[in-house]
Write a protein that binds this ligand. Structure first.
Ligand code: B12
Ligand code: SF4
Length: 501
């Protein structure tokens, strides 16, 4: 019996290596025959999948699914697998499968959802299927039995140092891995790597929380370094995007890794927390920069301390710290990439609008303190952390997720996933317009450094066109900026990843 591992299309061009299916592949490598299908690199992935299924060899179809555009292939293709090859078992993993398991399992064409890491769950599930034995004792699964959802026990996080190595060479047979090397603002050979599971915090708006419940486990610095050196050796990489939810959780690990990276000529980027990294010593921040740390993605969220509390960020992040930290990073020449979440629920319409104005003003203060700060603006999109206070509040305010899987294909829900149009009842069109128009003006006056095509005269032109709007707070209908963004295909890093070639 053989397995198909599918990564549905997630971006229109220059794709990252699909680490999710690569790691799942590692868990069955040498135990089961399998093939990779990367929807990013297939014109018609169904054709490819069908050609495998037509051989009669493949009994399992596994797809990774994050919310948003990946659903556009994951849903119709899984449905076709069920319709045309009903004997094939369909398994979904990834954040969408875990967090939205109800519509996924109710669809009738997904048999099992993996709840969190699949490194032990997936090989065990295949063995149980083959032996026709009970799957109820396998950890990290969600499935339906007699019409009821069954969630099996959640396993402790796997020790990342003991996980099997990623089968890069095997993947190379399907898709040359050199095609996943991209030119980004950090270097002309950038590669994506993932070195830890979970996150130790419990922010109430975050999709990582329901799955990992404040747990975090990372690969040790020396093993990350070994892998990076392997990639340098094999692909000559000179930049790494760390795709961890919270790469900087352990200062010790980051310092060890930085010491190893000194002199390697590799730039890197990762995601972290302001309050965590603010505890790093000056000496360590200087070391990180010297070791290639170029930019850090950080959830600033809002400049309002009350709202920060409501978001249950944990730690001790405050507005004062957000501003101070932006200035501190400037000293070390590390670019802080701050993400803000606008449009949280409030007592009434006036309060919600007031908070949006407050955050716009705060973002401008951040830019004053350190103009190099990259700003990412999201509209608040609820995640289903059932039981959390915020979730109760949004449900009361009339918010509901779709109950039918195919409703997630509706363009409005796609925009919801992209956190660009929230469908949250408390946000009026005027509020959404204000946030979007401000974002356009901000991206005009301060175009992201990560889209390195917008340089020289293009950048000067964008800035001069946008200047009066930015300085006079005139955000309404910024069409002239939109036209320039469109003509130059300006890429917002938060949607498809950094611009790359
Ligand atoms: C790389 C990445 C992308 C890439 C696409 C990668 C690709 N697949 O081609 C890009 C940049 C395009 C992207 C875009 C988006 N992303 Co994204 N992305 C990530 C990121 C940073 C890493 C994913 C990864 O490779 N992880 C490494 C692997 C090893 O871990 P894993 O995926 O969890 O896999 C394990 C288990 O989940 C499970 N598993 C996963 N899949 C499968 C499949 C099978 C068959 C089995 C058995 C098991 C299994 O087993 C794996 C091994 O243990 C994650 C955050 C994160 N750290 O995971 C966000 C993340 C998944 N993205 C997220 C989101 C929201 C998006 C966007 C929708 C919106 C946005 N603004 O970010 C967009 C649009 C997506 C699209 N275009 O389809 C959210 C999902 C949140 C949610 N609400 O569920 C995450 C969690 C980030 C976050 N914290 O908010 N993303
Ligand atoms: S720190 Fe980041 S990854 Fe961790 S729970 Fe909060 S938002 Fe999610």
């Amino acid at each position: 019996m053989s397995v198909i591992l599918f990564n549905p299309r997630s971006a229109n061009y220059k794709h990252r290596i699909p680490n999710s299916i690569l790691q799942v592949g590692a868990s069955i490598y040498g135990k089961h025959d399998f093939v990779f299908v990367d929807g990013n690199l297939e014109e018609d992935p169904w054709k490819k999948i069908k050609s495998y299924l037509d051989t009669g060899k493949y009994k399992y179809f596994g797809s990774t699914v994050m919310p948003g555009p990946q659903l556009k292939q994951a849903i119709p293709i899984s449905k076709k697998v069920r319709e045309e090859f009903p004997e094939v078992k369909v398994v979904w993993g990834g954040y969408f499968a875990s967090n939205q398991y109800k519509p996924v399992l109710d669809s009738g064409y997904v048999d099992v959802a993996i709840n969190g890491p699949g490194d032990t769950a997936f090989p065990s599930l295949l063995e149980a299927f083959e032996a026709n034995s009970d799957i109820g004792t396998i950890r990290n699964l969600i499935y339906k039995k007699d019409g009821e959802y069954v969630k099996t026990v959640v396993e402790t996080l796997p020790n990342m140092d003991e996980l099997p190595p990623l089968p890069y060479e095997f993947m190379d047979k399907f898709y040359p891995i050199k095609n996943y090397v991209a030119r980004t603002f950090m270097g002309d050979k950038t590669f994506a790597y993932h070195s830890s599971f979970g996150c130790p915090f419990t922010c109430s708006f975050c999709a990582v929380v329901p799955i990992y419940n404040a747990r975090w486990k990372g690969k040790s610095a020396s093993l990350i370094f070994e892998d990076v050196m392997y990639l340098k050796d094999k692909l000559n990489i000179n930049a790494v995007e760390f795709h961890d939810n919270n790469f900087f959780t352990s200062q010790k690990r980051v310092v060890e890794f930085s010491n190893l990276m000194l002199g390697q000529g590799i730039q890197w980027w990762g995601e972290g927390r302001i309050d965590t990294i603010d505890k790093y010593s000056d000496e360590n921040l200087a070391l990180m920069r010297e070791a290639g740390c170029r930019m850090i993605f950080l959830g600033a969220e809002t400049g309002n301390d009350e709202v920060l509390k409501q978001m249950d960020k944990g730690g001790d992040q405050s507005a004062e710290q957000i501003l101070r930290f932006a200035a501190r990073m400037k000293k070390f020449d590390i670019v802080p990439e701050y993400s803000f979440v606008l449009g949280m629920p409030g007592k009434n319409e006036k309060e919600v609008m007031k908070q949006i104005d407050f955050d716009i003003d705060f973002i401008k203060q951040v830019k004053n303190v350190n103009p190099d700060t990259e700003i990412i603006i999201y509209l608040y999109s609820p995640v289903p952390s059932e039981g959390s206070e915020l979730y109760e509040a949004i449900t009361k305010a009339g918010f509901k997720f779709p109950t039918e899987l195919e409703d997630w294909l509706n363009p409005a829900w796609e925009n919801f996933d992209l956190r660009k149009n929230p469908l949250t009842p408390w946000l009026t069109p005027a509020m959404v317009d204000k946030v979007k128009n401000f974002e356009t003006v901000l991206n005009g006056y301060y175009p992201t450094q990560s889209d390195f095509r917008i340089r020289g005269w293009k950048k000067d032109l964008l800035r001069s066109v946008s200047k009066w709007r930015y300085q006079t707070n005139s955000y309404i209908m910024p069409y002239e900026i939109k036209v320039l963004h469109k003509v130059w295909k300006y890429r917002q890093p938060e949607i498809e990843g950094f611009y790359s070639e």
